[in-house]
Design a protein around this ligand. Sequence first.
Ligand code: NAP
Length: 514
Amino acid sequence: MTPAATAPAAPARRAGGGAPPERARIVIAGGGFAGLGLAIRLKQAGIDDFVVLERAAAIGGTWQANTYPGCQCDVPSHLYSFSFAPNPGWTRTYSRQPEIWDYLRGLADRHGLHPHIRLGHELTGASWDDDEQRWNVQTSRGDWSAQILVDATGPLSHPKVPAIRGLRRFEGKVFHSAEWDHDHDLSGERVAVIGTGASAIQFVPRIAGRVGELHVFQRTAPWVLPHTDRPTTRLERRIYKALPAVQKAVRAGVYAGREFFLLGFIKDRRFMAGAERVAAAHLRKQVPDRELRAKLKPHFRLGCKRILLSNDWYPALTRPNVDVVTEDISHIHGRTIVLADGSEREVDTIILGTGFHVTDPPTARLVRGRDGRTIAEASATGVQAYRGATLAGLPNLFKLIGPNTGLGHSSMIYMIEAQLNYVLDALRVMDERAVATFEIRPEALAAYNARVQSQMAGTVWMSGCASWYLDANGNNTTIWPDFTFRYRRQTRRFDPGAYVLRRSADVVRPALAA
Ligand code: NAP
C-alpha cells in the first residue's frame, strides 16, 4: 500500500453557498477501475484538466469496498487487468481482492494520478446548465463546474438491503458483504447469511468453521462450476516479466476461450447443457446427502444468472453446524428470523449477501439533464445509453459501464477499455472541431437500443429466471448480448453523426455534424 493512495481527503470546502465551485474540464465521479482507467488515458493523451471525485477514503471502487473474507475475482487475472498495464506478478490465476486493490493503487502511483484525486468526495447531485454549457456538480465536500461529467460510479457500488420486515430493528448485528465489519468477531456466534450469490459463496466457506451455527438463507440455488484457481509459479512470473509477449499470448488465449463460451449464452444450448452436466457432477461429488443436494439443485438454465465458481462452497454447506434454509423469510422479530412456515431461527448476526442496486443506482436520481429531470425520471421505462455510454437529454455526459455493457462471460476491464477509447476519441473530435457540447440524438439512441434488445431476445439471460440483469420492467438493461470484440469495434471511434454538436451556445451547422 502506498501512503499517497490512502491520504486523507483535502479539507472540505463549504458545499452549497459560500465558496465558488472549482472548475475542471472533466469531472470523473468514481475512483474504481473505470475512473482510474480514464484518468490514466487522459494523462497519456496529455490532458491534465480533470479531477477524480471518490466518495471513499481510498481509491479502488468495488475492490476497495469489498473486503469480505475470500473476496476474489472470478475472471482470470491476466484478463482482469488493463491491457496497457499488464502485471507479470499476479500470484494467483484468479486474483484476490487485496492484490487487485494493490494493482489499482500501484497504477495510480505510477501514472501520477494522486494530484487529480479527491478522496471523501461523494457525488450528491449534478445538473446541466444549458446557458453556461457546463455541469454543476455537487459533492459532500464542495462543488465543481465541469464541461464534461463522467459517471464512473459503477453498477456494484450501492449495496442492496432487502425489504424484510423487521430487519432494521434486528437486535443483533447486521452488515452487508460489501461493508464487512472486521471488528465484529463472529467466533462461536449464531450467524445468518441471506443470499447465495457470487459474494456469499466466497465468504461462507471462510466463516463456516469459525461460527457456532450458520444459517444460509437461499432463495434461488445457483449453478456452481469447479474453480480452476491456483497459485502462479515463480517460473511463470519470471517468464511473464522477461517476455511480456508470453503474458500477452496467455491473455489472448483466455480472452478467446471466453468469447467462444459466449456461443452457449447467445446461440447454442448444447454448450450450456455440457456445462450444466459438469456443475451437476460437481454437486453430486461434493454433497453426498440426497436431501441437501435436492435443495442445492438449480432450477433455471445455467448462465441466466451469473455462473459461480467454487470448490469450497458445497463442502461448507455440508458441515454439521451449517443449515441451508430454503423457506422464505416472513419477518424478523428481536433476534429471531421467522420463516413463512412459522419456524424460527434465532441468530446473533445477519450478513447480507444480497447484492447491489444495479439497474436502479442512486446516482440516477442525482443527475439532472437539460430538461431538469433526473436520469431515473427520464427513463421510467428502462435506462438506455448509446454505445452504453451517452444518454438522451444529458449533454457532455459519459457513463462508464453504462447500460448493456455488463458481461456474463468475460472481463469488464475489456469493456471499460473499449469505453475509454470512445471517450478519448470524443475529446479528440471536440478539440478538432471546436465542439462545446455533444448530445445523443434520440433517434440514434432508439435505433441502437432496438438493435441491442433484438439481439438480447432468445439469449440465456432472457430464459425466464429472475436476475439482477433485469430492471423493474423485466428489460435486460445490464448485459451486452454479443461478442465483446464487436463492442470494441463499435466504440473505437466517436460517431459525430449520431450526435447534436454545438459550438458555444449555437447549434452547429449540419456540415459539422456530418
Ligand atoms: P447477487 O449475485 O445479486 O446475489 C444476491 C443474492 O441475494 C442472491 O442469492 C439473491 O437471491 C439473494 N437475495 C437478494 N434479495 C433477497 C431477499 N430479499 N431475500 C432473500 N434472498 C435475497 O449479489 P452478490 O453475490 O453480491 O454479487 C453481485 C455481483 O457482484 C456478482 O454477480 C458479480 O458480478 C459481482 N461479484 C463478482 C465477484 C467476482 O468474483 N468477480 C465476486 C463477488 C461479486 P436470488 O438469486 O433469488 O435473487
